[in-house]
Design a protein. Sequence first.
Length: 247
Amino acid sequence: MTPSAPILQLQDIRKHFGGLTAIENFSLEVFPGEIVALVGDNGAGKSTLVKIISGVHPPSSGTITIEGKPVTMSNATMGRAHGIEVVYQDLALADQQTVYMNMFLGREPLNRFGLLDRRRMIAETEKLVKELDVRIPSAHATIRDLSGGQRQGVAIARATHWASKLILLDEPTAALGVAETARVEMIVQSLKQRNVGILIISHSLDQVFKLSDRICVLRRGKQIGVRETRKTDKNEIIAMITGLQQQ
């Protein structure tokens, strides 16, 4: 079902902050067109792992491999250069700017006169939001005028536009209502067709079982195990998360 070559391979990743071990001996592969869910209680190390993969935190030891090539990333800019994009819960959108300006924030194309190529930005934004079915009034809409679900859709569309290999989603629907959550989940599912790898952190096991192909469980910085979603159930995953046997 998955190709033989993973997009991302983490091997024996460790991360220390002073005397605190945040991640210990973590290994995982993510394949093209696959959604892997990362689950665990607060403090399990999920967000730290996302920051390691995206280049925000370098690992203390271990190897990160992208498409078979070991990489060293010391900042988020290097992560983006390797085709990795992150959608954080706080979105990092510019509220006063339009949707199309947010889509190209910090990476604005210029025309032959050295001016912002607004026509290209608008056209590419409209094409992508249509493909992903992100329901916004227009590419000219200001971010502050959009709902939470629409903003999340824009953030995911922006990541999709720039990510050639991997999209990391850190609690993408935590602040959304039921209808908007369902809308964002449909957008996430559509990303599989673009053949990028997707790693999603979610506190909702319903969402994890709906979206993911595999589930990776962390507890206190340690990798407890990885399960194929269709071959496990919530009771097993909860037991892995908590360390308590379910009755």
